[in-house]
Design a protein around this ligand. Structure first.
Ligand code: BGC
Length: 503
């Protein structure tokens, strides 16, 4: 389609304050997600929390001498506390797909904010385990709605040349949320009387409020307005956010994408069509791979993991705070690099860095940590922390942000909401699986878990090398022409001859 005129429009598109502010506000959805990822590891290691809700686990943490170090936190009920949220997010994202399409990105973010507020109130004020569980379900729905709407919002509202950077604001907020949660846990664990976990769970209200208020202030994306038939408003918003009157080419491109989208009666069925395979396969693979880097295994259970490696309680929380800070800083690096060096370069470099650091951690632990003792020497403990930081920084400038960015920018408008649902759903499913089985794996595979994840890193890097196309600087509604139809492998799904299958 009108590539030449769109290119002219794009160079005129300014980086307007309204775009920057909208993106900052919307991306606070990531803050909430990050806070939930970061908070549960610390809470489930707090004696006050364990004593109240999981007395068996508490008893087992007290019997260090008789219980394998690798296994002392292994309890399915406890893992469920962490992973239930992801299960709720997984289911709710399909409802969120409907609302993003019908009500728009902005209202979907508002719904997410409300879910978060209700979940937080339930969580912080409960006396019964059943209330925690219900609170976690509400929070999970919030995550499902927010992770559905925010990445789409960011990718659609951003001017092409800084789309990657702006989209990564979501991930930056995720990492800030994780760090904030870790700091809160660090302080809350020190509260006398064993009720610090209540503070940890209750402070989720801060990001929840930010998202709710933020979504009341932002404008919806032109793509979403046009898709819902609000053409004049869509054009007006486009002019405002691009800071120029010359938006006709981009407008008609979105309009064309939107009429194609209107033809689609069953978005999920449509997603399965032959021609939609490339972004679908990439989105699903990116989510599986993102989670199988092992990042969440490290993050969810960082304090537990460090304790297992023989760090004292305080040192473990402290090391987790360092990880959180590295995660934030490296994400900022990604914001600046993603639209310059491109997505593939970041993923490939990080693959090497993650592979090596995991191998070193696995090997050090294999030689040094014996089941029944805390005998990691000071020097080796430092090596492990440095390697974990090396791993986290690599994840933070690659799979962390790009796992969300690439799917949100590669689906055509007609399948974008449905595609994003599948993305969120796969992400949450894998998060859930890892959350649920990691402690079991740690208990049975011991240091081998790191070798397990490093094998995955190898596979995903090969996948990137051969199958992930570069999407840097390509306008979002031109992906089919400029990316998929040009790719050595994926072009067969887009050729006019459609392999005899339904177009
Ligand atoms: C992932 C989360 C992860 C976080 C860590 C996100 O992109 O989806 O699962 O916890 O990055 O920074």
């Amino acid at each position: 389609m009108a590539s030449a005129s769109t290119a002219a429009d794009i160079s005129e598109a300014k980086i307007t304050p309204i775009v920057i502010i909208s993106c900052i506000l919307a991306s606070s959805g990531g803050l909430m997600f990050g806070y939930e990822v970061g908070i549960s590891g610390g809470v489930t290691a707090m004696p006050g929390f364990l004593k109240k809700f999981y007395p068996d686990v508490y008893a087992s943490t007290q019997k260090l001498k008789t219980n394998s170090n690798y296994c002392r936190f292994n309890n399915q009920g406890l893992q469920l506390f962490t992973s239930l949220l992801y299960l709720a997010a997984l289911v709710s994202t399909f409802f969120a797909s409907y609302t993003t399409k019908r009500l728009g990105r902005r209202l979907t973010m508002l719904i997410a904010g409300i879910f978060f507020i209700v979940g937080t109130v339930l969580n912080a004020s409960f006396q019964e385990l059943s209330m925690v569980i219900i609170g976690r379900i509400f929070l999970g729905c919030g995550v499902g709605f927010a992770n559905q709407a925010v990445p789409l919002f960011l990718s659609e509202i951003a001017p092409t040349r800084i789309r990657g950077g702006l989209n990564i604001l979501f991930q930056l907020n995720v990492t800030v949320g994780i760090l904030f949660a870790t700091l809160v846990n660090y302080g809350a664990a020190k509260i006398k009387g064993g009720w610090g976990w209540r503070v940890s769970l209750g402070l989720a209200g801060v990001p929840a409020l930010l998202l709710t208020l933020g979504s009341l202030v932002v404008v919806d994306t032109p793509n979403s307005l046009i898709q819902r038939g609000k053409l004049d408003e869509g054009r007006a918003v486009l002019k405002r956010i691009r800071g120029t009157e010359n938006v006709e080419a981009e407008f008609s491109e979105i309009l064309e994408a939107s009429s194609a989208a209107k033809e689609i009666k069953h978005p999920f069925k449509n997603l399965l069509k032959w021609k939609n395979r490339p972004p679908l396969v990439i989105a699903i693979a990116m989510q599986i791979f993102q989670q199988f880097t092992g990042m969440n295994a490290i993050l969810f259970y960082a304090p537990i993991l460090f304790a297992t490696m023989g760090f004292g309680n305080n040192a473990s929380l402290y090391a987790a705070v360092i990880l959180g800070a590295v995660n934030v800083l490296a994400t900022i690096v990604s914001i600046f690099l993603v639209d310059k060096v491109g997505r593939r370069m970041l993923l490939l470099e990080a693959g090497i860095q993650m592979l090596l650091s995991q191998l070193v951690i696995g090997i050090v632990l294999a030689f040094k940590v014996k089941d029944h003792s805390n005998n990691l020497s000071y020097g080796l403990a430092i090596v492990v922390v440095v390697m974990v930081c090396t791993f986290v920084s690599a994840f933070a400038w690659s799979w962390g942000p790009l796992g969300w960015l690439i799917p949100s920018e590669t689906f055509p408008l007609e399948t974008r909401s449905a595609g994003q649902s599948v993305t969120v759903c796969m992400n949450m499913l894998c998060c859930f699986l890892i959350g649920q089985v990691f402690l079991l794996m740690l208990c049975s595979m011991k240091y081998g878990v790191f070798l397990f994840f490093s094998a995955w890193v190898l596979v995903m890097s090969l996948f990137v090398l051969f199958l992930v196309p570069e999407t840097k600087n390509v306008p979002i509604e031109e992906m089919t022409e400029r990316v998929w139809k040009q790719h050595w492998f994926w072009k067969r799904y887009k050729d006019d001859y459609e392999g005899g299958r339904v177009k």
